[in-house]
Design a protein around this ligand. Sequence first.
Ligand code: SF4
Length: 299
Amino acid sequence: MSEDMTFLPRDEVLSLEECARLVKVFVNLGVTKVRITGGEPLVRKNALWLFQEIGQLDNLNELVLTTNGSQLEKQAKNLKQAGVKRINISLDSLNPARFKAITRTGELDKVLKGIDAAKAAGFDQIKLNSVLMQGFNEHEAFDLVDFAIQQQIDIAFIEEMPLGHVAHNRENTYISNTSTLQLLTSKYSLIPSTHTSGGPARYWQRADSKTKIGFISPHSHNFCESCNRVRITCKGELYLCLGQEDKIDLMPLLRNHPNDDQPLIQAIINSMAIKPKGHDFDLQRAKPAVVRFMSHTGG
Ligand code: SF4
């Protein structure tokens, strides 16, 4: 369910050059996988330049993108040439009216054309990210899986996370991946897959299909133990955990030391000491685990 969008004053947002500089510092510190996510990263002017800059970094194994798919029809080929390896596309409904209601601004048709464009551009690792919610799209699990199988792409079901204040009661809308898997095995004969994308998803597969069905289950199968992720917002805030408020502000270090990365490097190394062990998500709690929305840090 999307939230009201407010745009930050330009000087409160990292420039693309600052984003590229930050990523280079992280890669030089040993980071091998970078995911660009949002909000919607492809609506940023000249975003492609950032992908091209990051895509050519030595020592970076994977540049991946999470997108709402609305710009893919235009950008898929360029992103492929820039070195993007995998694309995750948020898709919670195949019903145009329900899709619009859930995304508030989105056009389903644009996203479907975006998926076609990504396949035509040669992306062979495309995954749908779907959040099932009671009272919204709980009856679309089969349709979404059938669509993924028909398109020969992957799909991951993500349990709703209590990030940000929303108009609905998450305790009522929450659907566990345990019940989604149970539902899916009533129609498909699924076997556990050894596939991993290096992320928290656990995959299952039909023996006769290329499609992998993933489950990202922060509530029912907590995966914080093996977490090796941090997130940087467009404001240069380094969040050590999606589910906690612990952060380091890197923008002053970028701007006060334009030609010296040492203060930045030291701050990043020090920040690892405060990386939380995990989230405290509790859907019974009225107030969200963290006030900021998922789009503030990206998934
Ligand atoms: S909630 Fe925090 S610790 Fe757990 S997987 Fe996500 S980022 Fe890592």
